[in-house]
Design a protein. Sequence first.
Length: 273
Amino acid sequence: MPVFGNRGGSQLKMRLIIAAVIAIGAVVAYVSKFEKDLLTGEYRAVAMKPDQEIQMGLQAAPEMAQQMGGVLDPRTDKSAAHVAAVGQKLVQSYMAKDSAYAARFQFHLLRDDRTVNAFALPGGPIFITRGLYQQLENEDQLAGVLGHEIGHVLYRHASEHMAKGQLGQQLVGAVTVGAGDYTAGQLANAVNQMVQMKYGRQDELQSDSWGLENMFAAGYNPREMVKVMEILKRASGGAGSGPSIFASHPNPDLRIQEIKQYIDKRWGKGQLQ
């Protein structure tokens, strides 16, 4: 019996050593991905270089569009042309025109009139559903939606989340090896997926502030972004959660509060009416 006990202890020790090696390697690989953010001056890990993000976005755009009924042609559809024009106005009127993605931004109106959503792919493709577009009350609000998504591209949030996801997957592997239990690995993986599912508060704050500044520079009223958030909240049934926009853009009440605070601090209370 003691022999078997020693064998079990040796196997556990070996699993823990292997798990530690995997975990250390994952952290080292993650740290090696840190780059200086040109917008904030901060260092953070990103999974891809800008040209790789652009290529990925271009490759993924057709499939994403097809899943939501395809895109409307701006040459024949006035609403689609409106989306494209406002998007390009935003890009050319603010710092986005100096970015590596400037010439790659594309603004698409999706045929889907039931889903209320807008999203950006890495490198520049930006989409808004007809379901959301039809609920917007004016061009300022459209500019707010598109400006926010431009912010996600420029801050490289998708690439940053991919880097965190890769780290998480490798650490999940380390947990599975160390525990010697696939169930433990499944649980760790589920936790990792939940952590990576949504943009974080800081991501949203960055994109919201970029969108507000972009709106103002292009001649739009930043206060209309508050109304955009109210429209989105109503579309979700007032609960602030749902299967579409708030799956990736969380906590509308908090964002409304922070948007108002940013506007009041940046332009003064009672201004931009």
